[in-house]
Design a protein around this ligand. Structure first.
Ligand SMILES: Cc1ncc(COP(=O)(O)O)c(C=O)c1O
Length: 444
């Protein structure tokens, strides 16, 4: 654990171009961390910062867990790198089997990559190629959803629906359409868990199918809980309705579980929470508890089987990454899955959900709070924007939380997001929302 010693202080902030960050503001007053353990980060001065965001929705088992650290060290000494084009190593198969065992129904085949963005682009490509190899190559259209976040690859921003992530980057993929977002403050404000209102919005898929014709549509991709856009749980019954429409028209259904996978909603995958089986699941983040980059796609066996035709020595899918199933990531993934299982962390998230939701909702009457949404160990809190300065209030809240309260939280626009590691205690949940409450009072 980090103590008060001063470590890792950078002496020059110029060269690093930070992602999704106002660089000039950051470099004027940086928010730096130098160490981490369990529920905390430690600043270079040794100040503890409670991790309210699992890093970036990824450190679901908490930080620097001994078993995961040891597994990575052992692996680095034993086999640092192995290609998985034409060759392979044992832990890739072992991790794929473990993930397949956690996934619902016949989602039994796992393709590895290195991030959520790559997972999304991989899933979209598998969907397109699947129709192609089955002789339905006319199915090229992809359907996403407004406000969806599917990473930053061209596929992901094309099906995604966050305006600023799209508008700077040209024409994107052709032949993409979008479902409407599922959020309505008027009908859903202060819902705990899945809102009652909104299942009918899935029927918009029927309208899109009528418009383009089913035979042109390859896949629909949605997050079971849209996280990055500000925590929007699926309305009750919405995902079932999407599933039924996809089935009716031979369209593949992809759940982007990059955030919801590995316990965030109290189950290995949100598909299990909702009792809806998609055709493809994307994952990343929690698979290694954030310790080594890894992502992937879980496919139904029938999808994999559709590719296993033709002469045996031909490549079935022209896709992959140098670091697909990197040995360090596989070792970290196996160790993380052990921690999740041995400590019952998915069940723990489920058990803590009511206390977490109650603590979040207790902030309801604070000044400037427009809505609070909770699901699993996740909360989104909408603050009223300052006039002419959307995002400024939440930015100040995040900055104050880090410097004044010792809390890391996420923001998007003027929404605060909380999603702590699944090892969080009830006392830490109370501490976290006390800090959030003080910060909200300070910025309103
Ligand atoms: C649902 C979803 N898909 C994809 C991604 C992209 O993941 P990455 O940042 O690892 O590329 C994210 C990241 O937050 C996400 O929330």
């Amino acid at each position: 654990m980090m103590s008060s010693e001063v470590i890792n202080r950078p002496n020059d902030l110029d060269a690093f171009w930070l992602p999704f960050t106002p660089n000039r503001a950051f470099k004027r007053a940086p928010r730096l961390v130098a160490g981490s353990k369990d529920m905390h980060y430690y600043t270079p001065e040794g100040r503890a910062v409670l991790d309210g965001t699992s890093g970036l929705w990824c450190s679901n088992a908490g930080h620097n867990r001994n078993a995961i650290v040891a597994a990575i060290k052992r692996q680095a000494e034993e086999l640092d790198y192995a290609p998985t084009f034409q060759f392979a190593h044992a832990k890739a198969f072992e991790l794929a089997s473990r993930i397949a065992a956690l996934a619902p129904a016949d989602l039994d085949r796992v393709f590895f990559c290195n991030s959520g963005s790559e997972a999304v682009d991989t899933a979209l490509k598998i969907a397109l190629a699947y129709h192609h190899v089955r002789g339905e190559g006319g199915r090229t259209r992809l359907i996403g959803r407004e406000r969806g976040y599917h990473g930053v690859g061209f596929g992901g921003i094309s099906v995604g629906g966050i305006v600023n992530n799209r508008r700077f980057f040209g024409t994107l993929l052709a032949g993409v359409d979008h479902l409407p977002a599922t959020y309505s403050r008027e009908h859903q404000a202060f819902s705990k868990g899945e809102p009652e209102w909104g299942a009918h919005l899935a029927d918009e898929l029927e309208r899109i199918v009528s418009l383009h014709g089913a035979s042109t549509i390859a896949a629909v991709i949605v997050e079971p809980m849209a996280g990055s856009t500000g925590v929007l749980p699926a309305p009750k019954g919405y995902l079932d309705r999407l599933r039924a429409i996809c089935d009716r028209h031979g369209i593949l259904l992809i759940f982007d579980e990059v955030i919801t996978g590995f316990g965030r909603l109290g189950y290995a995958f949100a598909a299990e929470r909702y009792g809806v089986t998609p055709d493809l699941i994307t994952f990343a983040k929690g698979v290694t508890s954030g310790s080594v980059p890894m992502g992937g796609v879980i496919a139904r066996q029938s999808i994999y089987d559709a590719f296993m035709r033709g002469p045996e020595q031909t490549i079935e899918l022209f896709h992959g990454y140098t670091y697909s199933a990197h040995p360090l990531a596989c070792a970290a993934g196996l160790a993380a899955l052990d921690v999740y299982r041995d400590e019952g962390l998915f069940e723990r998230a489920r058990t803590l959900e009511p206390a977490f939701a109650a603590a979040a909702m207790a902030l309801k009457d604070l000044p400037g709070v427009l809505d609070i949404r909770t699901v699993g160990l996740t909360a989104g809190i909408d603050l009223a924007s300052r006039s002419g300065a959307v995002g400024a209030r939440a930015y100040e809240a995040m900055d104050r939380a880090f410097h004044d309260e010792g809390l890391m939280m996420r923001i998007t626009g003027d929404t605060l997001a909380l999603c702590p590691p699944l090892i969080v205690s009830e006392a830490q949940i109370a501490e976290m929302f006390d800090k959030v409450g003080r910060v909200i009072r300070a910025v309103t």
